[in-house]
Design a binder for this molecule. Structure first.
Ligand code: SF4
Ligand code: SF4
Length: 146
């Protein structure tokens, strides 16, 4: 785990690109039915989408760089940045926290498929073209057109 710093910029300059500015996530209803899980599988089939479980709650995460993150890896609207950005602390941010406290983090279609198979009675056919489960390390990346 990287060492923590006293000033945000001391730490953030090493976080390239700024992880907290390259995705967003929000809580979703816990899946219960086959239809719910099928919807999650459809969503995670889209590039940049993952799911995580934290303290028993489910979240969808979408990798997408904020348009205000400038080429110097700094917030271009720092003085007027939204409240959600203001309350974000470097002490517990994505750069300093291991896996950010996730109980589960599904970063691929296959990983979610395996979770469903192991934890529910719902069965979805694994298409023969799908590789074996591969959990990709979470690291928000620059969008292709940045
Ligand atoms: S994730 Fe942490 S270190 Fe990285 S830019 Fe955000 S606040 Fe700074
Ligand atoms: S508004 Fe600024 S601090 Fe907030 S996500 Fe965008 S670049 Fe980051």
């Amino acid at each position: 785990m990287p060492a923590k710093a006293k000033q945000p910029w001391d730490q953030c300059q090493f976080c390239m690109p700024a992880k907290c500015c390259t995705y967003f996530a929000f809580e979703i209803d816990e899946p219960e039915s086959r239809k719910d899980y099928e919807a999650l599988l459809w969503q995670i089939a889209h590039r940049g989408v993952s799911f995580y479980i934290e303290k028993g709650s489910w979240y969808i995460m979408v990798d997408s760089r904020c348009k205000f993150l400038n080429e110097n890896n700094q917030c271009g609207i720092y003085e007027t940045r939204p409240y959600i950005c203001r309350e974000h602390s470097i002490d517990s941010c994505e750069y300093t926290a291991d896996e950010y406290g996730f109980e589960e983090h599904f970063t691929s279609y296959e990983a979610l498929l395996d979770y469903i198979k192991e934890n529910t009675n719902f069965r979805f056919k694994r298409h023969p073209s799908l590789p074996e489960t591969k959990q990709e390390e979470w690291s928000p990346k620059l969008p292709m057109h940045a």
